[in-house]
Design a protein around this ligand. Sequence first.
Ligand code: AMP
Ligand code: ZN
Length: 121
Amino acid sequence: MDNCIFCKIIAGEIPSTLVGESELSIAFNDINPRQPVHILVVPKHHHTDVAALAFDAPDQLVDLIQLGSRLAAEHSTGSFRLQFNTGIEAGQTVFHAHGHIMSTTPKNGMQTTTEESSALA
Ligand code: AMP
Ligand code: ZN
């Protein structure tokens, strides 16, 4: 899809910090992390948002969640929040479906502040 920043990352035209990949999905660090672990899980094919993905390609959505949960176990304790902002009013800014995998507790045991923890509540 022209002018889609995530399609350009998938095509290797824009750099990203790749943290994982599966047949149907890729994962890279969010450029503006809001938690100590903040990974974006993204279908390799373009879909506008998670609702379109669920209706049009549920296999890709399942693959994305499987990749995200595997990476959450690799990069954190395995406890994570998975967020899909869907629509402008919900804060979606990139209109290529993606899930935010967020965790306050990286695998290396780094402690987080109360503010960071409560931001997830
Ligand atoms: P959303 O607001 O749910 O659409 O999330 C879009 C996310 O993409 C935001 O958290 C941004 O920080 C992130 N983002 C935007 N551009 C890039 C990029 N080039 N590499 C990594 N993350 C990005
Ligand atoms: Zn795209």
